[in-house]
Ligand binder design. Structure first.
Ligand code: BGC
Length: 381
């Protein structure tokens, strides 16, 4: 790895701002893309020792070290050690997915009277759909990153311009994703986008969490709360049928903290279709704070005491319980990631929103700005 000049500059800036001595940011070259371009990686550290690594490849969160109730740090995300590993990431670990995260039925949608066709790269229940931006979505692109230091925080700003027609989507889309690690143990992820022609947008952060810090352990004993009284029932292709349904009396009711494993094998059609939890819940969006955010989820690992509280400005959350992990993906430290050893909490628009008149609009037009914010607040209980 080459000693980067920017790292020295940032370390200097870090020293000039009123921050604890051990907090700061380091930049390095992570590896080379198949075409020879360098992909950089940033290590962000905060006052209590939390550490986030972010790379330009896929605007991916490479790792996140969080203290447990004894103050012991452990990485709580699935992923890979090397850029080479990430290049083969087929599970969307840590990724920024887009232009449209989640599914679009049959890879087709109409916009202003014109039909668009996307590649279909996924077929749950044998029904084809476009998943997470297509064959080469945003998670497989080399973004352009820049580290920054602020008062009580540091972060990385990443930019990518998606050309008109990329993966079948209309309009050139200019995207910026910002990761910020604050001294009060928040990891903030923000995505902003503008377009030069009407298009559809749903940019999603796709980290896989295992708060125990042991990636071989099941997440079934994690306790989950979802601030959602409704979910979106789907067809066997995991495409929402259209209407939302109440969670009342179903194994999808997480309005009170509940162990994930308590009902995951329940006799309930939605669970059978998805092979466990893999659904979108419509967020209650009650009482947004001054920052426009409302609570989405709370995840607690009783063993380590780690708690993740998630808030957002988005209408829905996909809770995916790692049902498709089957030991094929071998990640950090050579660990083969087994069934339900991590889960995703993806705030977003409704899946298949471009085809569902009941969904909030996913259309972005010239002059408008798409903005998605997620705050991951970590604590101990
Ligand atoms: C989806 C799953 C999909 C997974 C791929 C999740 O966002 O909900 O159905 O298999 O991404 O990693």
């Amino acid at each position: 790895m080459r000693p980067p000049l920017l790292a020295t500059t940032l370390a200097l800036m870090s020293a000039l701002l009123p921050r604890p001595a051990d907090a700061g940011i380091l930049e390095a070259v992570y590896g080379q893309m198949p075409d020879g371009r360098d992909a950089k990686i940033w290590t962000l550290s905060n006052a209590s020792g939390m550490e986030a690594k972010v790379t330009e490849y896929g605007a991916i969160l490479v790792s996140l070290k969080v203290p447990d109730k004894e103050g012991k740090l452990a990485d709580v995300t699935h992923g890979y050690d090397t850029l080479e590993g990430w290049l083969g990431n087929t599970s969307y670990f840590g990724a920024t997915v887009g232009r449209f995260g989640n599914r679009i039925a049959h890879g087709k949608f109409s916009l202003d009277g014109k039909e668009y066709s996307l590649a279909t790269n996924n077929d749950p229940g044998g029904i084809p759909c476009a998943l997470h931006g297509g064959i080469e979505g945003f998670c497989k692109k080399l973004w352009k990153g820049e580290g920054f230091v602020a008062d009580g925080a540091c972060g990385v700003r990443l930019a990518y311009t998606s050309p008109d027609g990329e993966e079948g989507y209309p309009g050139e889309l200019s995207v910026e994703v910002v990761y910020t690690l604050t001294d009060d143990n928040q990891l903030v992820w923000e995505a902003t986008a503008t377009t030069d022609a009407p298009t559809v947008v749903n940019i999603v952060h796709h980290s896989y969490w295992n708060l125990s810090g042991d990636p071989s352990k099941s997440i079934n004993d994690h306790e989950l709360t979802l601030h959602a009284g409704h979910y979106l029932p789907t067809d066997p292709g995991l495409i929402p049928l259209g209407e939302k349904a109440s969670v009342e009396g179903t194994p999808l009711d997480f309005r009170k903290p509940t162990a994930i494993g308590a009902r995951v094998e329940g006799d309930f059609e939605a669970l059978e279709l998805a092979g466990g939890y893999d659904h979108a819940w419509v967020l209650d969006a009650a009482e947004p704070g001054e920052d426009g955010l409302f609570p989405a989820a709370r995840l607690r690992d009783p063993g380590s005491g780690r708690v993740l509280q998630l808030s957002t400005n988005q209408p829905a959350i996909q809770f995916y319980g790692g049902n498709f992990l089957d030991g094929t993906a071998v990640g950090k430290g050579g660990v083969a990631y087994q069934h339900r050893t991590a889960l995703c909490l993806e705030t977003e628009n409704w899946p298949d929103a471009p085809n569902n008149p009941k969904a909030p609009s996913a259309v972005l037009r010239p002059g408008e700005t798409y903005y998605h914010k997620m705050v991951h607040a970590f604590s101990i209980e």
